[in-house]
Design a protein around this ligand. Structure first.
Ligand code: GCV
Length: 608
């Protein structure tokens, strides 16, 4: 079943190795390739072995997409040096925010894996250009802290060897307090001589086992993880001590910027969570060591359906940055609901950081790393919902080329997976292309976010986070909704480049999908098309649920055109998605009708 099933086509096909001629061209940058057809052979030129491998995968994919080999003429250079997946896998086998079974790597506090499956996974990742992977959760728990000890490193080195065959290098997530929790020292103060020596010894030990380790990943001072702030030190003090330890081995510190106060008081209207990363890191610009990459989430809050770009991405000028995206669908349907992440990623990458530059134009300059939080687990189809494989594929494609079009990527994935000439490929690509709009319509309106069930984050709960400590408030009242983050409100807009800030400041120029993120507006406020805000809420919620019903019709018509097992797996999820969308529709519409007393102009069913 495993290899024949349509679930595996994207992987299965790349397993069919084709023979291409290889030549060395030292003028090409690392990982880059040039593919040329003609003369009876397809030739891959590269300056290194990784480039030759990427070229072979790309040539194979082009041929399967119907390109005549003789006409191949492609030169491709990755925009980001590091294209990395972060797994949030715990050593007990659970996966934080995982929706595809259990961990591929861990069980019962041990490394535990199917080597053949890991090799499939490594090949799958390499086929879309991914070249780094962190296996353990950034939230360090129990034995995962000990992955940097002699007890766990021999087995980790065996896993590293499998990934190495495909030029994928391991990263280890480490506990900032490891000098204490692992080393038994009395402090983890980064300026303490004993701590500095401990990290040096640790790096020497780790690199003894895994000489090509890409580096360490750290979530510090965030959501109860330890960090330098608690010791009166800066984030730079913390990152630089690790960087010093890794430097002799060419290692990199991936230091996350997801630092905020998760114990806020909802009555406090001054503290504003999306301002936190900039407030913590911008003043330190230029003080991080050269081998530190600041890993910044794409939006300033936490992977909500609509967020502006994190202001930190454009503001830092003298510090290396990594863009962090969430492939796993924590807030976006948990691999039950259909949601093609390529579309919001394309929107983010083409968003402006200044009048003249988009986010994608920072690649090759300040941004040299792209990180995706993985959506894969040990489910036989890798991603729980087989259509969510498109998100892993799209992550690799956009990390390699951030200007690629989401539409092209999704169509390619569909054709590579279901067959170039298959009747299913186009309708499935169309469903994926519509999926994020449909999901956004029945979700929280216009960038307000966070109307999800607390804890697991699936399904609607409008006030679930409204009176909590997490800093995630919509502040809906009978007359107005949203948070004023302009200069008249919390002042978040001031963290952006002035040209970008000016767009956000004015409700008439603010991108409509971010209107309630930046503005507090009356329900009678007229949107660009003239529709009042309250009517927009009703209309989109009815449309969103109708959109899911249409997906079910499309999918029913595909029975027999895709493998049966895949069909029933997706069908079952679409039915659950419809229940979810109806619940969102009815609860959101009822909530706002009751609050405002304003009826739906179209007189549809709202439960009062
Ligand atoms: C790994 C969100 C998620 C957490 C995650 C955190 C992070 O808060 O809900 O599960 O923790 O982001 O990115 O560190």
């Amino acid at each position: 079943m495993k290899k024949e099933s349509g679930y595996y086509a994207w992987l299965g096909e790349v397993r069919q190795k084709r023979e291409f001629a290889r030549v060395t061209d030292a003028s090409l940058p690392p990982d880059a390739y040039r593919i040329t057809g003609g003369g009876g052979a397809v030739t891959i030129a590269s300056s290194d072995a990784a480039g030759a491998m990427y070229g072979e995968f790309a040539a194979g994919a082009q041929i399967r997409l119907g390109v005549e080999p003789a006409t191949l003429d492609v030169t491709s250079v990755p925009a980001a040096k590091y294209r990395v997946l972060n797994h949030w896998d715990n050593m007990d086998g659970t996966v934080e925010r995982g929706y595809a079974g259990r961990s591929l790597f861990f069980r019962n506090s041990e490394l535990c894996y199917d080597a053949e499956r890991i090799e499939d996974y490594a090949r799958l990742l390499a086929s879309v250009g991914i070249n780094g992977i962190c296996l353990n959760n950034v939230n360090l728990r129990d034995d995962s802290r000990r992955l940097i000890t002699d007890e766990k490193l021999p087995q980790l080195a065996e896993l590293a060897a499998i990934f190495r065959k495909y030029h994928v290098r391991l990263i280890i997530a480490v506990d900032f307090a490891a000098p204490k929790t692992v080393g038994g020292l009395s402090t983890s103060d980064p300026l303490d001589g004993g701590v500095i020596a401990w990290w040096r010894d640790t790096a020497a030990r780790v690199y003894g086992y895994i000489p090509d380790l890409l580096g360490f990943l750290v979530k510090a001072d965030s959501e109860f993880q330890s960090g330098p702030a608690a010791l009166g030190r800066t984030q730079a003090d913390g990152a630089n001590v690790l960087a010093g330890a890794l430097a002799p081995y060419g290692g990199t510190v991936f230091w996350r910027c997801f630092v905020y106060n998760c114990l806020q008081d909802w009555r406090d209207t001054v503290t504003d969570r999306p301002k936190a990363a900039y407030d913590h890191f911008f003043p330190l610009d230029g003080t991080f060591a050269d081998n530190v990459v600041l890993q910044v989430k794409v939006g300033p809050v936490d992977f909500q359906v609509y967020e502006p770009l994190s202001p930190l991405l454009g503001a830092l000028k003298n510090t290396r940055r990594g863009l962090e995206l969430q492939v796993t669908q924590e807030y976006t349907g948990q691999q039950i609901d259909l949601y093609a992440t390529a579309i919001p990623w394309e929107r983010a990458l083409s968003s402006h950081v200044s009048e003249t530059r988009t986010l994608s134009e920072l690649f090759g300059g300040g941004i040299d790393t792209v990180v995706g939080v993985s959506n894969a687990g040990d489910d036989e189809n890798w991603t729980g919902n087989p259509l969510a494989q498109a998100n892993l594929y799209a992550f690799g494609r956009l990390a390699w080329n951030p200007r690629a079009s989401a539409g092209d990527i999704l169509r390619d994935w569909s054709r590579l997976t279901f067959g170039n000439a298959s009747d299913a490929a186009e309708p499935i690509a169309d469903m994926l292309l519509q999926s994020t709009d449909v999901y956004a319509k029945y979700n929280a309106p216009l960038g307000i976010g966070w109307m999800v069930t607390p804890g697991h984050h699936y399904g609607v709960n409008i006030d679930g986070y409204e009176f909590s400590k997490w800093g995630t408030y919509h502040r809906a009242a009978h007359d107005a909704l949203g948070v004023d983050r302009t200069s008249r409100g919390t002042g978040l807009t001031a963290q952006y480049d002035p040209w970008v800030a000016a767009q956000f400041e004015d409700a008439r120029t603010c991108p409509e999908e971010l209107l309630l993120f930046f503005h507090r507006l009356p329900y009678t406020f007229r949107l660009k098309g003239g529709v009042p805000l309250i009517q927009h809420i009703y209309d989109t919620h009815f449309d969103g649920a109708d959109g899911v019903a249409r997906f079910i019709e499309t999918w029913d018509a595909l029975r027999g055109k895709v493998p049966d097992e895949l069909h029933s797996c997706v069908a079952e999820r679409l039915n659950r998605q419809l229940e979810n969308a109806v619940e969102w529709r009815d609860i959101v519409n009822t909530y706002f009708h009751r609050l405002t007393g304003i009826p739906d102009e179209k007189g549809r069913q709202i439960w009062l």
